[in-house]
Design a protein around this ligand. Structure first.
Ligand SMILES: O=C(O)c1cc(=O)[nH]c(=O)n1[C@@H]1O[C@H](COP(=O)(O)O)[C@@H](O)[C@H]1O
Length: 233
């Protein structure tokens, strides 16, 4: 695992996502299934996309009391996804419970990563709306260290923070980075952004790219541009 482009398939339902994936005749992108698609199409869409040969990041961002998260993770572990996530803000105890729930009887489990501060959050909003007054980098780093202590495999963060996370938590600790835009592209609701090329330079392990690919006139070409900028030597 590592150094791949994950396509955020934020679609309204089964038909939409499958017709999008049908465009990829030569490659099998790593697919992220998020809340919109999962709530619309349920666990069957996970199984169906997996059967088509894609790796899957199931992005449901769990955040609840430890027992609830543990039980929910036990259900998700049966879906055979490659990666899933939760909010680090749920605390170390919640993250430890999540690992317990996610681990199958044979000891295997999907990669588990923790969302730190969402890439749509600015310093100003964090201070005003959630009363966290530390510098955002410090907050991300603290969440990353807590996730590491809990035994998680990495974090979701902005590419802007990936280098510091690796310095603090080690190069094996994964940085999965959304908030990726082509140079000059529409930023939309993202705040902490970088290009695929910059994300590669600072050492992100995976970039998560949604609208720059899904809303592109030619999604396959946009995906290949991401791979060229981020993965290829
Ligand atoms: O966990 C995530 O994947 C995630 C965390 C985060 O901090 N920011 C973030 O944008 N995401 C997800 O990454 C994707 C980014 O999509 P685009 O903004 O369209 O490229 C969306 O599916 C978000 O739900």
């Amino acid at each position: 695992m590592g150094k791949d482009v994950i396509v955020a398939c934020d679609f309204a339902g089964r038909e939409e996502v499958l017709s999008f994936l049908d465009k990829f005749t030569e490659e099998k992108p790593f697919v992220k299934i998020g809340m919109e698609l999962f709530y619309a199409a349920g666990p069957d869409i996970v199984r169906e996309i997996k059967r088509r040969g894609h790796k899957i990041f199931l992005d449901l961002k769990l955040h609840d009391i430890p027992n609830t998260v543990k039980k929910a993770m036990a259900v998700l572990s049966g879906l055979d996804v490659d990666m899933t996530n939760l909010h680090a803000a749920g605390t170390q105890a919640m993250m430890e419970a999540a690992i317990e729930g996610l681990t199958r009887p044979d000891g295997t489990r999907p990669i588990l990563i923790a969302v730190t501060q969402l890439t749509s959050t600015s310093q100003e909003r964090m201070e005003r709306d959630i009363l966290i007054e530390k510098p955002i980098n410090e907050v991300v780093m603290h969440y990353a260290e807590t996730a590491k202590h809990a035994g998680l495999d990495g974090v979701v963060c902005s590419p802007l923070e990936a280098e510091a996370v690796h310095e603090a938590c080690g190069s094996q600790f994964l940085t999965v980075t959304p908030g990726v835009r082509f140079a000059g592209g529409e930023v939309g609701d993202q705040v902490r952004v970088m290009t695929p090329e910059q994300a590669k330079k600072i050492g992100s392990d995976y970039i998560v790219v949604g609208r720059p690919i899904t809303a592109a006139e030619n999604p396959v070409a946009a995906y290949r541009r991401c791979v060229t900028e981020f993965v290829d030597e």
